[in-house]
Design a protein around this ligand. Structure first.
Ligand SMILES: C[S@@+](CC[C@H](N)C(=O)[O-])C[C@H]1O[C@@H](n2cnc3c(N)ncnc32)[C@H](O)[C@@H]1O
Length: 159
């Protein structure tokens, strides 16, 4: 598979999973947390799915498209491992993480701390959607929608 094919599969999986849980998330209180703002394409999609909802986006640097930059109070710049901990207890309805690099030596390390960052951000019953597996006793893995490749993108619910 080419890197282009792989990229398309990743962003398609991301979009399809987010769309599949949108009505459940809409029925739940709490902000949306976007870990890895990047260009802001997913942030823009989340804004479309969850109009009026607070979306707080995190990244180590601001490189988003001008129209997809959150307001200053909803943009957190720095290493997520440090900055997200400050939002523990925020009772998010959804935490989406798109911070995989494709380098297994980096992503394997991220997988050791990302679950422990994610769980305290979530309300009970809240959703976690991630490109990196989140192995944690407080997260129950859910099946992804039909058509999404297994183990390409991951969906969980906070117990
Ligand atoms: C794949 S991009 C996200 C793309 C985004 N979904 C979009 O629609 O443009 C990943 C982003 O996460 C950020 N990132 C990765 N690991 C991070 C970390 N540990 N702390 C802060 N930012 C991180 C990178 O700087 C990058 O902008």
């Amino acid at each position: 598979m080419s890197r282009l094919d792989s990229h398309i599969r990743r962003v398609t999986a991301q979009r399809d999973i987010l769309n599949s849980i949108a009505s459940d998330v809409t029925g739940m209180e709490g902000p949306i947390i976007e870990l890895g703002l990047g260009n802001g394409r997913t942030y823009d999609h989340l804004r479309g799915l969850f109009a009026e909802r607070r979306i707080v986006a995190f990244d180590r640097a601001l490189n988003a498209f001008r129209g997809s930059i959150p307001d200053a109070e909803d943009l957190v710049i720095g290493e997520i491992r440090d900055t997200a901990a400050r939002f523990a207890g925020v009772e998010a309805a959804l935490v989406h993480s798109d911070i995989a690099t494709g380098y297994s030596e980096i992503d394997d390390v991220t997988a050791t701390w990302l679950p422990d960052i994610t769980v305290p951000l979530l309300r009970i019953g809240g959703f976690a959607v991630s490109g990196i597996p989140l192995d944690h006793e407080r997260l129950r893995r859910l099946p992804v929608p039909p058509g999404v490749a297994t183990d390409r993108y991951f969906l969980y619910r906070r117990l």
